[in-house]
Design a protein around this ligand. Sequence first.
Ligand code: ADP
Ligand code: MG
Length: 340
Amino acid sequence: MSAHDITLSNVSRFYDGVAAVHEVTLHAPPGKVLALLGASGSGKSTLLRLIAGLEPLDGGEIRFGEQLIANARGAAPPEYRRVGVVFQDYALFPHLTAAANVMFGLDKLAREDREREARAWLARVGLERRAGAYPHELSGGEQQRVALARALAAKPLAVLLDEPFSGLDPVLRAELREMTLGVLRETRATALFVTHDADEALYVADNLAIMKGGRVLQAADPRTLYDAPTSADAAAALGPVNILGGMISGARVATPFGAISTDLQEGAPALAVVRADAITLSPGQRARVTDRHPQGATDLLRVEADGVIWRVIASARTAPQIGAQVDVAIDPRGAYVFLR
Ligand code: ADP
Ligand code: MG
């Protein structure tokens, strides 16, 4: 199977005059996982439906490789696109066994070949013993494994996964995520993985696009996105941040916890944005710890200075107690200034 890349140029989709997807330009490279991260309602599912061919475009175009697949004037039908889909609530056929569900997409093969292929795919997702089970006899996680096997068995050129594990508990979710990544790497299909969970997005992504209000705020590899966000919203999408308005003065924006350097326009109104994990506390006088919540390896603290409260992530073993007086050091690699 040779995967192709998917290119969206200025793709828009409106419902009753309101843009659900607005001029999205995005490139999914072949054989890689592109994660789409955004809050509920940001247009992620609509974007996947446009790529799958389940809805018409109102603007822009979609190409698979060089080939034009859809624009506002028309679109290739879904079955022509060779795209596999796994949706959170994409039900299996209830009257078919797991094996028959997987065989469904293999109608071009002879019967024995279909059966052998289906069993091989079920084995790949760890379900060889449940081939004869019906969907209602399978757990949620097992059903999603069957859905994944069904999507991949047809040898799609691209796989679209829409919050595939959202309904599952965290342990099972981590396990299935790992398995899915393994299978995707093996098949070298181009994958789009939609999630509203920042940790999940960072984990699965070769490349990551952050969506808000139907637009792509920023797209890059996960490390670049984390270290060099281009907006306060993009920074906030990947983890807790502190945001404070101010003015650029002397190539800095002042905060009660320290100044953030910038080479943006002097005198302009700006936002200082500091990741909660870019702050180090030490015994001192500048600020006071007002709250401390254990999260496991780290604690989430609240620290107050001059009436401003910031969130700080600190190692649980060394974090200061509530009420402690502290000094604050800001790591410039996790501190940004954006124009307002
Ligand atoms: P997400 O998957 O990121 O939660 P969606 O793509 O489902 O977002 O929805 C994006 C926006 O489009 C939302 O405001 C939603 O209410 C709206 N929307 C989605 N589908 C339809 C539809 N079929 N008819 C009208 N509005 C829709
Ligand atoms: Mg959705």
